[in-house]
Design a binder for this molecule. Sequence first.
Ligand SMILES: [Zn+2]
Length: 233
Amino acid sequence: MKRKTVPQTVQLLNRGIKALGQHRPDKAVNFFRSATESVEATKPVELAKTLYWLAVALQQMGQSDLALKSLASAQKLQRRGYARKLYVRATNQYGMLKRSCQDLDDFFAFMHLQLAKYLSKRPGHRFTSLEEHEAVMATLFDAWKSIQSSGFLEGQTCAEKVLYFRNLRLAFPVVNEGMRVRPRCTRGAENFDGSASSRSNSVEEVLSGPCPCGSGLPYLQCCGRIKSVREMR
Ligand SMILES: [Zn+2]
């Protein structure tokens, strides 16, 4: 009698789960990545399963940002599954990892939006020196302090805050070819009453509405979620 062969994806999943049981999430991540790559494009439910397990292993390795990225993809493929439940529980209204309070949720949304904007213009989407990194972070922290003391965020919806964070033009330090950082003599973030941000009702409607992909989640928690800077790499 011919022995039934176990599909490659199932084999890889099983090896990954076994590695997790042996407290080897690093090994498990490799198995789950291979399992994900082995799934045929016509099998979304299977793909959701491998992505879910990949997220579990990444989370155990302390790579929460990447785990969330994996979960976000998984929950889109299978709307009624473990991935969706775990994703909704783990994320805040920005589609980012839920923190202990709204202030921190706002802070991380602001930081990642601004960092992504800055790094998207830098070679390889990276800082070229420690000096540059520190100068940019100092600019962001100063701006955040000003935003907080202005009280502008109070009573604003998430969509309004995202629009405001996006439209904020910060004066980042200029980085020369020789990677020396020349601080700009500026006030940092300008105009904290929100009037500088060009508000568009239609954009705000999209940001506060349901996701057009049909997932049933709000846009900001699904396809419009704020990605962590690590996901840019
Ligand atoms: Zn979506």
